[in-house]
Design a protein around this ligand. Structure first.
Ligand SMILES: Cc1cc2nc3c(=O)[nH]c(=O)nc-3n(C[C@H](O)[C@H](O)[C@H](O)COP(=O)(O)OP(=O)(O)OC[C@H]3O[C@@H](n4cnc5c(N)ncnc54)[C@H](O)[C@@H]3O)c2cc1C
Length: 357
């Protein structure tokens, strides 16, 4: 294995962490002409980014209001983001759903008009009978595994240099300017460095575990829209190899860096899903295909850390919690501006990295 300094000794920007945030930002900076190196301790995109449900949940009433403008920018940028990925890597990322049916089962959900019984029968005749009301949101979803596979192809076809199996260890300022970064495979001297290690970015970012399961939908449940209630969502896959299946998620657990699944949590997710879609309660009718867990990068206020750090030439983009797939294109745009010393098009004040210190 070669040492790093023999490859690209002085990149303009070094990015630590090849999740969706690090790689989206790497592509954006590459498109702007920067020489970019990305370090990944494991394999790229192997953690939360490929284990998410894939809702672009811009209108989720449980989102913090401070996310509104960043989410809106991301939705606006998504078509160009996917087009850039397609152009570079030649892989299409299909959207699987266009709408979400949101249960109005929580007092925080005040902004949605309930559908009439007739409208509801038209959209989802198989929803649980009873007095639960639903609103309908224009909101897309994609399969993060398809997105991650295509993004990786795009990165490999771009000028970005990606080193997998390479751990970022420490960083210090160089007297001659720029930084000296120690990695598990030698030192490297970038002009600037961005921390995108997700839940491993260090305090105040911390892991919030989410368990999920993929089930085969029975013929009686031809789901084409996301169905969401308090603490539960069902996200159908409508094309590709997982067509006819749905993701049920997700638990919210403060369990450190544990990525194991367990049968009790799977059963409780099923039970909650069955309150909305009764056919999902029975594993014989809707068999489990796989289960997995991922670590969301959480923060004390559920908002990401976006901006420069106190140490010179260093930046952070981490803590996207439940919305990193949604927020990746906008994060790449605004963070590339910050790294280039330009004012981003929207205020990042709510996301200031120093707000907890
Ligand atoms: C169950 C679940 C469901 C979700 N559903 C959705 C959803 O529907 N919609 C949505 O928008 N978001 C969703 N999310 C959230 C989304 O997945 C995350 O916000 C997003 O993936 C975070 O991306 P990231 O790049 O910051 O982190 P990660 O994907 O965790 O990537 C960080 C990378 O950094 C690497 N790394 C760590 N330390 C080092 C080091 N020292 N040196 C080098 N590399 C290092 C890690 O190996 C990892 O690959 C979900 C998450 C989970 C867990």
């Amino acid at each position: 294995m070669h040492m790093l300094h023999s490859v690209l000794p002085k990149p303009d920007v070094l990015i630590a962490g090849a999740g969706i945030i690090g790689l989206s930002l790497a592509l954006e900076l590459d498109a702007r002409g920067a020489k970019v190196v990305v370090l990944e301790r494991d394999t790229a995109l192997a953690h939360a980014s490929s284990r998410a449900a894939g809702m672009l949940a811009q209108n989720d009433p449980h989102n913090r209001p401070e996310l509104g403008s960043l989410s809106a920018l991301s939705i606006q940028l998504y078509p160009d983001f996917l087009a850039r990925i397609k152009k570079l890597g030649d892989a299409e990322v299909p959207l699987h759903t266009t709408h979400a049916l949101q249960a109005l089962d929580d007092k925080r959900v005040t902004s949605l008009d309930p559908l009439s019984a007739e409208e509801l029968r038209g959209h989802a005749p198989f929803l649980a009978p009873g007095d639960l009301q639903f609103g309908r949101l224009l909101e897309h979803s994609l399969d993060p595994r398809e997105l991650c596979a295509a993004l990786l192809l795009a990165v490999r076809a771009s000028g970005v240099v990606l080193h997998e199996g390479t751990t970022f260890e420490s960083v210090a300022e160089r007297e001659a300017g720029g930084l000296c970064v120690k990695t598990s495979r030698g030192d490297i001297s970038p002009g600037k460095m961005i921390h995108t290690q997700g839940p491993w970015a260090g305090a105040p970012v911390r892991p919030v575990k989410g368990q999920m399961l993929l089930v085969k939908l029975p013929p009686s449940l031809p789901l084409r829209e996301v169905v969401r209630g308090a603490g539960i969502y069902i996200v159908p896959r409508t094309s590709g190899e997982r067509a006819g299946c749905a993701v049920i998620g997700a638990s919210v657990e403060h369990a450190g860096f544990d990525e194991q699944t367990n049968a009790a949590t799977e059963a409780s997710l099923r039970a909650r899903a069955a309150l909305l879609l009764p056919a999902l309660g029975d594993a014989a009718t809707a068999p489990t295909i796989s289960t997995w867990a991922g670590l969301r990068p959480g923060t004390p206020d559920d908002l990401p850390l976006l901006g420069s750090l106190a140490a010179e030439h260093q930046f952070i983009a981490a803590g996207h919690y439940r919305n990193g797939i949604l927020l990746a294109p906008a994060t790449a745009r605004v963070m590339a501006d910050v790294v280039e010393g330009k004012s981003p098009e929207l205020s990042l004040q709510a996301f200031a990295p120093a707000r907890f210190s």
